[in-house]
Design a protein around this ligand. Structure first.
Ligand code: GAL
Length: 621
């Protein structure tokens, strides 16, 4: 496996006289791949059906002449104005009925037939032209599905397709839907699929089953749309890998399902932007890490996206080269961090780290977003650090990333189920996942972040911070699993359609924890902190706790009121509350030691280790 550097480049935004020099300097900086064209539909097809490939032909040629490899993108993230005029119905509509206007990007509706067909036409034309071009080494579909909250649209097309989706799911039998969603409650029965609307603007909350179906439908629409691109690319660009660039903490569609349609997963890494934008981080961390980023956020996503495709191939498609423009506060990275983030991605197995963007634009929405070069074309700090990494790459052998011994399970549908009925003001799944992940990484362990469908046999420890909807297959694979299992709060809390599972939570997980019943749950308001004894002595439970009937299980810790906080059966533990901080670190450490994992003292603050093949990397935040 190779380790290469790349860059995102917008030849259409610059005078053509600059291109050759740009390409020469990219090469001199040690870059190998150049991603282009993801927002250039309007220049490729300036008028409906009239294509202008001349500029793109020349741009590719200039890059290829320097030996640079091109990553071509389908340009659908920024539909041109003529399409809006021709088909106003391509525009997405928000829940309040406002049309997402032209004048920016991502204004399209995944359910619009007109947009689907217009996409088919431009992707076909583009793929026919460049599908077999020797300089094009990979294709990106669209750009960051879901960015700016654009998965759902409350349009007539979306409503029509939602009803069809429901009819198919419930065998065209509205009675089945009424039963599955519990419509005896509040007289919510429908007589026909045509009666069903969007789950918004009700006087009291809409039915959670309705919301869940809407969420799944939205996800399926994105998968369907992406498949259109993938199928056309497979046809016209045979053998060329197809990828998409995903985002951090984005859970609005089933990423693992999309991963099955791709050859390579990629994601966009903006460590300082995330630090500011992720609502669940606390202010202390924000201040402490303001110029370096949070030590677990990038790594968590590297490990998540490595697990997305069959071969585990993944890239960082965009990486912050300096300050970004989109967070509330946009600090300058500490000197050395662009280099450190790049090496961290390689340590976690990235094939390519590609910077966003080559040169800062002096105009339009992102003029305050830095690039590897300043707007007046002088190499910026990020460009200097990229060149340093390029030099270092030559002396580091290529090693494949090996599977870790610890698996952390993430499940998109489970997250939706919990978010739809949170039952607590601050059960923030991202924060919980990050805390569990961080507890493992502070011990120096490598972690694979995986879907519940993953083959777990090679692992020694499986942890699920929370997992409302464990599948039968997941339960079966845990039954066959020989290592330790640590399950967090709300695992098995729901059955499909969002119902309370038979025999109470943890539902099907009772196969691993015989007799266990979660008899009540409690959202704890800020300021409430519960102590526990035994294995959790010294830990505090905040935000969420559960009352357990432990049946005959071993109780390793109890709350002060005597109710079990941690129960165990054989190799499987269930934790009945929200545990983060030092208490979680201690629990994870003792479970890892019991598993026989090589665990020493916790690493010093901000230091993380990662192995790639025989190389051990140390990244200091
Ligand atoms: C990403 C996006 C890019 C650019 C970048 C700025 O989310 O894919 O097109 O907008 O952010 O940081």
């Amino acid at each position: 496996m190779t380790m290469k550097l790349g860059v995102c480049y917008y030849p259409e935004q610059w005078d053509e006289a600059l291109w050759a020099d740009d390409a020469r300097r990219m090469k001199a900086m040690g870059l190998s791949t150049v991603r282009i064209a993801e927002f250039a539909w309007g220049l490729m097809e300036p008028r409906p059906g009239e294509y202008d490939w001349g500029w793109l032909d020349r741009a590719i040629e200039v890059l290829a002449n320097e030996g640079l490899e091109v990553v071509m993108c389908t340009p659908t993230g920024a539909p041109p104005h003529w399409l809006s005029k021709q088909h106003p119905d391509i525009h997405a509509i928000d829940a309040d009925g406002h049309v997402k206007a032209f004048g920016s990007r991502r204004h399209y509706d995944f359910s619009s037939d007109a947009f689907f067909e217009a996409s088919r036409t431009i992707v076909t034309a583009l793929a026919e032209r460049y599908g077999r071009h020797p300089a094009v080494v990979a294709w990106q579909t669209d750009n960051e599905y879901g960015c700016h909250g654009t998965i759902t649209s409350y349009s007539p097309d979306a409503l029509r397709r939602f009803r069809l989706w429901l009819a198919e799911r419930y065998d065209h039998d509205i009675g089945k839907l009424n039963t599955a969603w519990g419509h005896a409650f509040w007289s919510m029965q429908y007589a026909s699929f045509e009666d069903i609307g969007f789950p918004v603007h009700t006087a009291a909350p809409p039915n959670p089953s309705h919301q869940f179906a809407w969420k799944r439908f939205g996800s399926d629409e994105v998968l369907r749309y992406n498949r259109l691109h993938v199928d056309l690319l497979r046809e016209h660009a045979p053998g060329v890998p197809v990828l998409h660039n995903f985002m951090a903490f984005s859970g609005d569609f089933e990423h693992h399902a999309m991963g099955k349609d791709l050859d390579i997963a990629s994601w966009d890494n903006y460590p300082l932007g995330f630090l500011d934008a992720m609502s669940f981080l606390d202010d202390e961390d924000r201040l402490r890490y303001r110029r370096v980023g949070h030590p677990d956020i990038s790594a968590f996503h590297h490990d998540l996206y490595r697990g997305l495709t069959a071969q585990g191939r993944w890239w960082v498609m965009e990486q912050q080269p300096g300050p970004v423009n989109w967070a509330k506060w946009n600090p300058v990275p500490q000197p050395g961090m662009v280099r450190a983030w790049t090496w961290e991605a390689f340590a976690h197995g990235a094939e390519v780290v590609s910077y966003f963007r080559w040169r800062q634009a002096p105009f339009a929405q992102e003029q305050m977003h830095t690039g590897l070069n300043t707007p007046d074309n002088v190499i910026a700090v990020g460009g200097e650090e990229a060149a340093v990494v390029a030099g270092e790459l030559a002396s580091v052998p290529d090693e494949d990333s090996r599977p870790a011994r610890v698996a952390l399970i993430v499940d998109y549908a489970s997250n939706w189920a919990t978010e739809i009925l949170p039952n607590s003001g601050d059960f923030e799944i991202g924060a919980l996942q990050l805390a569990w992940y961080g507890a493992l990484r502070k011990l120096g362990l490598d972690v694979d972040v995986l879907p519940q469908s993953a083959d777990l046999r090679a692992y020694s420890l499986v942890v699920a911070p929370t997992l409302a909807l464990p599948s039968e297959a997941f339960v079966a694979s845990l039954q066959a699993f020989e290592g330790q299992v640590l399950l967090g709060p709300r695992c098995g809390a729901k059955a499909d359609e969002i119902r309370i599972p038979e025999g109470l939570p943890p539902g099907p997980l009772r196969a691993l924890l015989p007799g266990l019943r979660v008899t009540a749950v409690e959202g704890l308001r800020p300021g409430v902190a519960l102590a526990a004894d035994g294995a959790l002595l010294g830990a505090t439970i905040t935000r969420w706790r559960e009352m357990l009937d432990p049946a005959g299980l071993d109780v390793e810790s109890r709350f002060a009121d005597g109710s079990p906080a941690l129960v165990k059966h054989g190799r499987v533990r269930y934790l009945a509350g929200w545990l983060t901080g030092m208490g979680l670190d201690a629990l994870v450490s003792s479970v890892a030691q019991e598993t026989g994992l090589p665990v020493g003292l916790p690493l010093p603050e901000g230091l993380r280790l990662r192995r790639r093949g025989n190389i051990q990397f140390a990244i200091h935040y």
